[in-house]
Design a protein around this ligand. Structure first.
Ligand SMILES: Nc1ncnc2c1ncn2[C@@H]1O[C@H](COP(=O)(O)OP(=O)(O)OP(=O)(O)O)[C@@H](O)[C@H]1O
Ligand code: SF4
Ligand SMILES: [Mg+2]
Length: 337
């Protein structure tokens, strides 16, 4: 069995807003083994980034973690001081965000910024760190790295900047890399290249990757396990095969249907999930997907318990609880079952 790396348990995060308390994350639990690649997917606003920020110790007022725990290699991260956090972040846990421009300093060369990180974490001298930066750029597929290290971020394309961020994040060989929508701002071809790069670097190291995206297709390319989030909760969790071939939740089904498909010669078809996500300031009682679910029936006014569909395959839906509940759903005919 793989060694446990990260355990997120019953995590709850809220934000004070002018309109009231936004319950962004409402009891999220999942775990990651050492070296594992896990995807978190869900529509905009489902709580993916807030979950990632909570893991990284980056929830600040008006946000607050109100319940739960985050354990990294047996240590409860929620109790760490800012000083301990600074030691951990960028070192044993690293991250890459959607827009690399906001994370790079526009007035410092790429080489300077990369070598600073290398020096800080690995204690190398200036010259050696710069040589290492050149090597890293080469490793992430940037040609003429000796010339490129002297350039500034605006001289790099979006895809190249993201490669730099990935190289920097991996430079201290972290045990966990959190990548929050690392390809969303990029065009499709570059997206595929960055995903290939992540996969390649991942295969070459034993870094675990938590990949956050709204795109199940992206997850299928890179991850072995998937956590599907909606309305601040985990709707389904399982291997990529569970999610794609043994789908256990109507929301996951909706996400799968909304994936672009080839129909006939090159025609793409998208079936979006109708309706909009729940208001997290006044979240509905019961199943959060109820208003949009084609199968909703009476019982869905209450929150279902988590059902185990197989080893490591969980779903939060009444339809998969037991035969009697399924019969109830069928009898009510609320479903196109
Ligand atoms: N600083 C903040 N102040 C108030 N509300 C916040 C803050 N950050 C996040 N939220 C709220 O938390 C909820 C979850 O947001 P989150 O950023 O986690 O969504 P997401 O799943 O990452 O979506 P996206 O795909 O758009 O990135 C949203 O309702 C959002 O408005
Ligand atoms: S619990 Fe009910 S509303 Fe929620 S996903 Fe299942 S069938 Fe749909
Ligand atoms: Mg986000």
């Amino acid at each position: 069995m793989t060694k446990q790396l990260l355990n997120v348990d019953e995590l709850q995060v809220s934000f004070h807003t002018r309109d009231g308390l936004n319950q962004a994350v409402r009891g999220v639990s999942f775990h990651m083994g050492a070296g594992e690649t896990v995807g978190i997917v869900g529509e905009s606003g489902s709580g993916k980034s807030v979950t990632a920020k909570a893991i990284m110790g980056l929830i600040a007022p008006p946000g607050k973690i109100t319940h739960g725990s985050v354990t990294f290699q047996g240590e409860n991260l929620l109790g760490l001081s800012q000083k301990d956090w600074r030691k951990l972040r960028g070192n044993r846990i690293a991250m890459v965000f959607q827009d690399p421009m906001t994370s790079l300093n526009p007035v410092k060369t790429i080489g300077f910024q990369m070598s600073e990180v290398i020096r800080r974490h690995r204690g190398l001298g200036k010259k050696e760190a710069m040589l290492e930066a050149v090597e890293m750029l080469r490793k992430v597929g940037i040609s003429e790295p000796e010339r490129r290290v002297k350039q500034y971020p605006h001289e790099f394309s979006g895809g190249m900047r993201q490669r730099v961020m990935i190289a920097m994040a991996l430079s201290c060989n972290p045990e966990l890399l959190i990548a929050d929508e690392p390809t969303t701002a990029l065009d499709v071809t570059i997206q595929a290249q960055i995903l290939d790069l992540l996969k390649k670097l991942k295969d070459e190291s034993d870094t675990a990757v938590l990949l956050i995206t709204h795109d199940l297709g992206v997850v299928a390319q890179v991850c072995s396990r998937v956590v599907v989030m909606y309305g601040g909760m985990v709707m389904e969790e399982g291997t990529v095969e569970d999610i794609f071939y043994r789908t256990g939740h109507p929301y996951t089904q909706g996400l799968l249907r909304s994936l672009p498909k080839r129909v006939g010669a090159n025609r793409e078809r998208l079936v979006p999930i109708e309706g909009s996500p729940p208001d997290l300031i006044n979240p509905p009682a019961g199943c959060p997907f109820r208003d949009r679910c084609p199968y909703a029936f009476g019982k869905c006014a209450e929150l279902p318990p988590v059902a185990e569909l197989g080893e490591g395959h969980r779903s939060l839906c009444w339809l998969v609880q037991d035969k009697d509940t399924l019969a109830e759903a069928l009898a009510e005919g609320g479903a196109d079952l």
